[in-house]
Ligand binder design. Structure first.
Ligand code: GDP
Length: 445
C-alpha cells in the first residue's frame, strides 16, 4: 500500500506518545524529530516537511494540549488535522459548467496514465448519470487513438476522433458534436511528451485559449515522487491547472508526491488512480488519506465501497455502529469476511481502523497479507463465544487458552489481536466524538 513505510513509522512514534500519561515539551520535540525523519524518508519535499513540523510543534506544545488528560492523543489529532490541510483540506470537486458542455482538458507526460484516466473519469461520470464524450486529441503517440476507442467501448462512452488532424480543429469539432448530440462533458485526451518542452506547452496553450476549458487536469505518476511535483509546478506556471490526478497510488510508492503537490505546486489533487482497471479512480479526500496514514483507517471509503459492491444494509449498519462506538470483534470479523469479496485485500484492510497496528502481529508482515493470514484472525474470533466477541474483557487466561486451541494459534496471538483491537477502538473513540472542541472531525460519517 502507498504510505506503508510512513504509516508504520508515524504509528510507532505516536504509540510511544500515547503510552505516556503526561507529556513534556521534550517528549513532543523528540516525537517531532521522528515525524520529520519519517516524512523525509517518504520523499516529502524538504521545505514542506520543515513547515509542517513547525506548525505541528507550535500547536502541540501549547498548554492546552500538554495539560489535557490525553496529551498523546491530542498530538495525533493535531497531526491528523495538519496532514489533511497539507493535502488540500476539503475535497475539491470537478468544476461543472453552468451551461453544458463542460470541457475537461486532460494533460500530462507520456506513460503517466493520461489516456486510462480519461476513460476512468468517463466511466465514473456515466455512473453518476452524466453523458460524457471522450475526444482523441493525442495525435502523436502511436496507438493512442485506438487505445481510447477500445477503452471507450469498454465503458460505453462514445469517442470522438479525426485521425491526425490538428488538435485545435479536433477539439472544436468535438465541442460542436457534443452540443448537437447532448453530451454534457467533453473529456479531451491531449498529447503528452516524454519531457516538458516548448512544443508541447505551445500546443496545450493553443488548446486552452481556443476552448476555454472549465478544468485543466494534470495527470502525474505518484511513483515518480518529487519529479511528479516538479512537473506539476511547471505545468501550473505555464498553463494554469485546476487540479491534479495522481495515478498509481496503488503501487509501492512512498507517497511524497501526494503530500507535497498541493504545498509546492499550489494545485489540489482532485482524483487518485488506484489501479489499472477502469473502476480504479477515486475522488481524492485529504482527510481520508490522512486518516489512513495514521492507521485510523478510512471508514467512510470502506462504507462506500461496501455500499457499491456488497450488502448495503450491512454497510449502513456498520457506519452507524462505528459512529456510536459499538464496533465489536463480531463486526470486525464480519467486515473481514465482507471485504474478502471486494477487491485487493491489502488496500481494503488498510481502511479498517487500527489495521496498521494489526499488521504488526506475528505473521502479518506488511506486504504479504494473504488469505491464510486473514483466516487466522478469522479463526481466533470464530473460536470465541458470541458473548466473548461482544465483551472481550471477559477473556481470562483459561478462555484464551481455549480460543488459541480452538483456532490453532497461540495465546500470544490471541492477546495481540485483542490488544490491537482495543487500541483501534480507543483511536476510533477519540476521533469519532471525543476529539475536543471539533467534534467528529476525525471520522466524518
Ligand atoms: P498515457 O501515456 O499517459 O496516456 O498513459 P496510459 O493511459 O497509456 O497508461 C500507462 C500505463 O499505466 C498503462 O499500463 C496503464 O494501465 C497504467 N496505469 C494508469 N493508471 C494507473 C493506476 O492508477 N495504477 C496502476 N497500477 N497503473 C496505472
Amino acid at each position: 500500500m502507498v504510505f506503508e513505510g510512513l504509516s508504520t513509522r508515524l504509528q510507532e512514534t505516536f504509540r510511544k506518545l500515547r503510552g505516556k500519561g503526561k507529556l513534556t515539551e521534550e517528549d513532543v520535540n523528540l516525537a517531532m524529530r521522528e515525524v520529520r525523519l519519517a516524512l523525509l524518508e517518504a520523499d516529502v519535499n524538504y521545505k514542506v516537511v520543515k513547515d509542517f513540523v513547525a506548525r505541528v510543534k507550535e500547536r502541540a506544545v501549547g498548554q492546552e494540549v500538554l495539560k489535557s488528560l490525553t496529551p498523546g492523543q491530542q498530538v495525533v489529532k493535531i497531526v491528523y488535522e495538519e496532514l489533511t490541510q497539507l493535502m488540500g483540506g476539503d475535497q475539491t470537486k470537478l468544476n461543472l459548467a453552468a451551461k453544458p458542455p463542460t470541457v475537461v482538458m486532460m494533460v500530462g507526460l507520456q506513460g503517466t496514465g493520461k489516456t486510462t484516466t480519461c476513460a476512468k473519469l468517463a466511466r465514473s461520470l456515466l455512473a453518476q448519470g452524466r453523458r460524457p464524450l471522450l475526444v482523441a486529441a493525442d495525435i502523436y503517440r502511436p496507438a493512442a487513438i485506438k487505445q481510447l476507442q477500445v477503452l471507450g467501448e469498454k465503458c460505453n462512452c462514445p469517442v470522438f476522433s479525426m485521425g491526425q488532424e490538428n488538435p485545435v480543429n479536433i477539439a472544436r469539432a468535438a465541442l460542436e458534436y457534443a452540443r448537437s448530440n447532448g453530451r454534457d462533458i467533453v473529456i479531451l485526451d491531449t498529447a503528452g511528451r516524454l519531457h516538458i518542452n516548448e512544443e508541447l506547452m505551445n500546443e496545450l496553450k493553443d488548446l486552452k485559449s481556443s476552448l476555454n476549458p472549465h478544468e485543466i487536469l494534470l495527470v502525474v505518476d505518484a511513483m515518480t515522487g518529487q519529479d511528479a511535483v516538479n512537473v506539476a509546478s511547471s505545468f501550473n506556471e505555464q498553463l494554469g491547472l485546476t487540479g491534479v490526478v495522481l495515478t498509481k497510488l496503488d503501487g509501492d510508492t512512498r507517497g511524497g508526491a501526494a503530500l507535497s503537490v498541493k504545498a509546492v505546486a499550489g494545485c489540489p489533487i482532485k482524483f487518485a488512480g488506484v489501479g489499472e482497471k477502469l473502476e480504479d479512480l477515486e475522488p481524492f479526500y485529504p482527510n481520508r488519506m490522512a486518516s489512513r496514514i495514521l492507521g485510523m483507517g478510512d471508514v467512510q471509503s470502506l462504507v462506500e465501497k461496501a455500499q457499491a459492491s456488497i450488502d448495503e444494509k450491512k454497510a449502513r449498519e456498520l457506519g452507524k455502529k462505528i459512529r456510536q462506538q459499538e464496533f465489536t470483534l463480531e463486526d470486525f470479523l464480519d467486515q473481514i469476511q465482507q471485504v474478502r469479496s471486494m477487491g485487493p485485500l491489502e488496500d481494503l484492510l488498510a481502511m479498517i481502523p487500527g489495521f496498521g497496528n494489526l499488521k504488526q502481529l506475528k505473521g502479518f508482515k506488511t506486504a504479504d497479507i494473504d488469505e491464510k493470514e486473514i483466516s487466522r484472525i478469522e479463526a481466533i474470533i470464530k473460536s470465541m463465544t458470541p458473548e466473548e466477541r461482544l465483551n472481550p474483557t471477559m477473556l481470562n487466561s483459561s478462555r484464551k487458552k481455549r480460543i488459541a486451541k480452538g483456532s490453532g494459534t497461540r495465546v500470544q496471538d490471541v492477546n495481540r489481536l485483542l490488544k490491537h483491537f482495543e487500541e483501534s477502538q480507543k483511536l476510533m473513540r477519540q476521533f469519532s466524538d471525543k476529539g475536543g472542541k471539533k467534534k467528529g472531525k476525525g471520522l466524518r460519517l
